[in-house]
Design a protein around this ligand. Structure first.
Ligand code: IPE
Ligand code: IPE
Ligand code: MG
Length: 253
């Protein structure tokens, strides 16, 4: 299947979003509110991930993409960063069997070279072990940045098409698409950000071009099936026009 693009072709609508992308925000504030260290919020956040994976599976979502660590999150205090890395390792070690049983295909996107070798090894192993699964494509964005993604795709496209150096106008969207890290998935239909902030924070900046954006004040550790269903209900009420007029949707010309 060639990589799809909402600016090159119009996708057919579906009641349940095929691809849901989530910024899981508010772990630190959830913990602070309870006089707990921020790291306790991250640990609770993992439970919310498990709930969400299950809920998306039963609702027929095909792709779930979660922002776990941004390319800018290295700016946090060193002890928080190292706790997040440890949590990532522990979660992979503990959850991989369950993901496999659930038919989940796991991918990790981002600049993985920055991670310690043991974590890189676990990621590659988990991807390999689940590569035959098809029930749900679960993607974790780790050390991911939307700008990094576009730049690395551009570099690969230039290597694959050296003629572009002399003919830059020949560069097309279709030439770039295969090199974006999310090339295997349709663009997200629904974006959810918990924690009250209304920003993209360098997540999938290319792929969110026509995504419906849903923001909720709930902190990530509190996000559950009920809130997911509320987001889906809101999503169903949206009119996705992809540049066309409303009248064209009811009476295609
Ligand atoms: C999101 O929660 C998790 C990561 C970025 C790793 P935060 O840690 O950003 O929580 P708040 O926004 O400070 O509450
Ligand atoms: C975005 O949350 C990144 C993740 C959830 C992994 P941040 O908490 O880092 O975003 P900002 O700094 O508030 O924009
Ligand atoms: Mg935050």
């Amino acid at each position: 299947m060639p990589p799809s693009s909402t600016t090159l072709s119009i996708p057919s609508p579906s009641d349940v979003p095929r691809h849901v992308a989530v910024i899981m925000d508010g772990n630190g504030r959830w913990a602070t509110q309870r006089y707990l260290p921020r790291t306790a919020g991250h640990a609770r956040g993992v439970q919310a991930v498990r709930r969400l994976v299950e809920a998306c599976g039963t609702r027929g979502v095909q792709y779930l993409t979660l922002f776990a660590f941004s390319s800018e999150n290295w700016r946090r205090p060193a002890d928080e960063v190292s706790m997040l890395m440890r949590l990532f390792i522990q979660t992979l070690e503990k959850q991989i069997d369950r993901l496999e049983e659930q038919g989940v295909r796991l991918r990790v996107v981002g600049d993985l070279d920055a991670f310690e070798p043991h974590l890189q090894h676990l990621i590659l192993d988990a991807q390999e072990r689940t590569s035959h699964n098809t029930a749900l494509h679960l993607t974790i964005a780790a050390n991911y940045g939307g700008r990094w993604d576009i730049l690395q795709a551009m570099r690969q496209a230039l290597v694959a098409h050296p003629e572009l150096a002399d003919k830059p106008h020949a560069l097309s969207e279709a030439m770039l698409l295969p090199y974006l890290t999310m090339a295997f998935a349709p663009e997200p239909d629904l974006f959810i950000r918990t924690g009250g902030e209304q920003r993209i924070s360098n997540f999938l900046i290319w792929q969110l071009a026509y995504t419906e954006l849903y923001f909720t004040d709930e902190y990530w550790p509190d996000f559950n099936e009920k809130q997911l269903d509320a987001a889906f209900e809101w999503y169903r009420s949206r009119e996705r026009r992809f540049g066309r007029t409303s009248a064209q949707l009811t009476k295609p010309s």
